[in-house]
Write a new protein. Structure first.
Length: 186
């Protein structure tokens, strides 16, 4: 508790002792995202690039948020989420280690997932452009969920349809398009 020699008062703490076999991970989560987290949900914890992720379980979502300043200088409300680690793993963290965490808030089978780059916001609704070979067709879609990389589409398109990724502003419903293929593709 003290870095150098000095007199110590009776009853003052001298050292903290912990059991590194029973560590927990504390993740600061944006308060809007913390509202979706529940105790018992799975958390995938990455400790090092190229190493398999550890699977932990959310034990507790603290009831009080803290204001933190983001790298962009924006005040954000963050909530500490406590995650229990598995008893063993090929690489276990130590005290103060950096950990990247992904908390699974929903898990579904047989859903249509697309990259967010195909989505276009039009008059407050989500749309995609479907290629019919020579024309682009705009379709309104209903999303089930969305994150920074992928979106789950409930309805509006079917698996196997060709969607236009990152459509430029010049692409219009019914407009002519030309399909470019990467070298080596049929």
């Amino acid at each position: 508790m003290h870095d150098s020699e000095q007199p110590v008062a009776a009853g003052a703490a001298l050292a903290e002792i912990g059991d590194i076999a029973h560590l927990e991970v504390v993740v600061d989560v944006l308060s809007g995202e913390a509202a979706e987290i529940r105790p018992g949900q799975t958390a995938r914890l990455s400790l090092a690039r190229g190493k398999p992720a550890l699977e932990g379980r959310v034990r507790r979502i603290e009831p009080v948020a803290n204001t933190r300043v983001s790298a962009l200088g924006i005040d954000e409300q963050r909530v500490p989420v406590l995650i229990d680690l598995p008893p063993t793993g090929s690489l276990m963290p130590g005290d103060g280690w950096r950990v990247d965490a992904a908390i699974v808030v929903d898990s579904l089978a047989d859903v249509l997932v697309v990259p967010v780059g195909v989505l276009v916001r039009q008059r407050g609704r989500w749309q995609v452009f479907v290629s019919d070979g020579s024309r682009a067709r705009a379709r309104t879609v209903t999303l089930g969920a969305i994150n920074a990389r992928e979106a789950w589409i409930r309805e509006g398109v079917s698996a196997g349809e060709n969607l236009i990724i990152h459509p430029p502003d010049a692409v219009l419903d019914g407009g002519a398009i030309r399909v470019r293929r990467k070298s080596g593709e049929p």
